[in-house]
Design a protein around this ligand. Sequence first.
Ligand SMILES: [Zn+2]
Length: 332
Amino acid sequence: MSSSLSYSLNGYHGIILPGPSVGLDVNGNVAKHIFISHAHADHLPRDRNMHVYASAATEKLMRIRGFKGDVTTLAFNKPIELDTCRVTLYPAGHILGSAMIGVECDEGHILYSGDYRNPPSPVSEGFDCPDTVDYFITEATFPLPIYKWKPHEELFRGIRDFALECLETDTTPVFLCYNLGKAQEVMHALAPLKKRVQIHGAGYKLSQVYSEMGYDLGVYESYNKDTVQEGRILVTPSSSVEQPMVRNIRRKKLAYVSGWAAHESRRSQLTVDKLIPLSDHIDFFNLLDLCRKLNPKTVYLTHTPNPAVVQHYLEKEGIHALPLNMEAHDEE
Ligand SMILES: [Zn+2]
């Protein structure tokens, strides 16, 4: 078996494996079998009427985001035998439904990460992966040793403390985070407070999928301009800061929740009161650990602003690594 994989890129996010004719997060009918890792906009196909394979939760979330095609849903850790290969979805711990995709074919065992996090988000199906693979295609959104995440429980306590301090002084706590994945993690962190949360309308519909599937998001309702200032907690994307829904709240404090909040400079860029560095991507150290465990012949690095540092650390340990020329476009 050779140490390099045959592949081609499809747009800025998708990958085609020509051997087994498999498309991973591709935009249209460019391969025989197409798999979607998760429902973030930058991984969904632009062609909304094709046939794809995805997890059950990803299908529900994709439908809300306008996908109209056929979806064959696959359970995690249950391989499907196709004419050209065998494919297994592994829970990726990134958002609800997110999957790593394992493809076993003539070229060997290939693992495509999509976006992932380990330790997993508590509002996801967890994290699992094969013991070893021949090729690992991995995202590296946070590719520097400055990115080492704090434990979820510590960050969740920070979320609750911020909300309580605001509410005690008649101030509306506003958590700025994107609508799918991070918003629900923040709501799950707030749930033990039993306070009423309002969420941006688009995030509300996505949150209902989490509730239907049994995840505790506490007491929540869709954003309502007439009641948002009546002791509610608001969860909404950063883009709404300049819009009336946030601007018109008289007494408020803003918390920015993102892996990028690890940079103190984000505070002045966004003029927020608090930075909470909660990410749903793997950090630098856990990425290296996973590569060691999987011990592939080659690691391909995708969705990374800077592959050189990860590449350097992997090569130092004798793990061959190559960047794939794909841009970082995640919702985070
Ligand atoms: Zn994502």
